[in-house]
Design a protein around this ligand. Structure first.
Ligand SMILES: [Fe+2]
Length: 345
């Protein structure tokens, strides 16, 4: 009875991993643990096409340790390459191998119990192993399809932001460099991969709402009238209106909506202050300001790093979250980051 429960929970866990894992590595790592627990294995090896990048991912679970490798075909042993090529399951007394096939080979798994008395897998366990492997194959396929849909969506977003840049010159943002800063600052602040992704989407789309404002206001070189400024203040809400039905962008909504809030509570649209402002919005506010100062804008000259650092120091606690500014300034001290940023100038 206990064994049935374990297997049932294994099925449920794989379903949950398929729907909630932020990336393929996370999914495979979770699946390996399922095999280990459900079949009391001494060793689990899973190899898969890297659906998030190129080449392969290999995870080995052995003696409570997890080993991860990513790279080209060279990370696979000859035996692993053969298993992928032969597309055939192998059932030995204490070793089971299954290639994940769904129109083409997506990967394979190998589980093993060390030879000892009664260590072999029985018939029922082999059947369960097959069923679980079939579910993992479906999971991998879904992951691939989801990845394709996500790529299409990102391409749409990029085309849309190009259009936006033509219409709204002030929204111009350096995608590549801000993505790198988002990742570096995000990791330093211990954000999850999903939170980092949402910040990337928000950085592309935070000013999308401006597309609904009269271009004469956006291109105006003289100071804005109160009436014009009131219109500008509507762009975060208008931006959210544009994207709110796209599932993949939902986590980016609070970031887009609140990217003009100020830490001291004098921003817009909701006059939120301090930690009331979503963390993503506090980060984007700092990085967007950095981008504008470092690269300049059509109406504003670029500034030197030392000058930018002083400006941020002055705005700590007023416009910006001190913690985020602290992390950015720390990150900017790194030689590699400075070199990368200067490579765009
Ligand atoms: Fe904005």
């Amino acid at each position: 009875m206990k064994k049935y429960k374990t297997i049932l929970s294994a099925f449920h866990t794989i379903y949950r991993l398929t729907t909630t894992s932020p990336d393929i590595t996370n999914f495979i790592s979770g699946v390996c643990r399922v095999y280990k627990n459900a079949f009391r294995t001494d060793k689990v090896v899973m190899v898969c096409k890297n659906l998030d990048g190129y080449g392969f991912i290999k995870i080995r679970l052995e003696d409570k340790k997890q080993y991860l490798k990513k790279g080209g075909i060279s990370i696979l042993t000859r035996r692993e390459r053969d298993i992928l090529k032969q597309e055939k399951e192998i059932f030995l007394d204490n070793r089971l191998v299954y290639p994940f096939i769904f129109s083409d080979t997506l990967g394979a798994v190998y589980i093993k119990r060390r030879p000892r008395r009664g260590a072999g897998f029985n018939d029922l366990e082999r059947k369960w192993f097959l069923s679980i492997c079939e579910e993992v194959s479906v999971g991998l396929k879904i992951f691939g399809l989801y990845r394709d849909a996500k790529r299409t969506m990102i391409n749409y977003i990029k085309s849309f932001t190009k259009l936006l840049d033509q219409y709204v010159p002030t929204s111009y943002i350096h995608t590549k460099s801000i993505f790198r800063l988002i990742r570096t600052v995000g990791k330093e602040m211990e954000l999850s991969e999903a939170e980092i992704k949402s910040l990337e989407y928000a950085s592309l789309l935070h000013d999308a709402g401006k597309i609904q404002l009269p271009s004469r206001i956006l291109k105006k070189q003289k100071p804005l009238t109160d009436e014009e400024y009131r219109l500008i203040m509507k762009h975060p809400r208008k931006g959210v209106e544009l994207i709110k039905d796209l599932e993949i962008l939902k986590p980016a909504i609070p970031i887009i909506l609140h990217h003009h809030e100020r830490y001291d509570g004098t921003g817009y649209p909701s006059r939120l202050k301090k930690e009331e402002i979503p963390l993503g919005a506090r980060i984007l506010a700092v990085l967007d300001a950095f981008d504008a100062m470092f690269f300049g804008r059509p109406y504003r000259k670029r500034r030197y790093l030392e000058d930018i650092e002083k400006e941020f120091q002055q705005q700590i606690g007023k416009q910006f979250d001190p913690k985020v500014v602290g992390v950015l300034l720390k990150v900017l001290k790194r030689k590699a980051v400075r070199k990368y940023l200067h490579s765009f100038l």
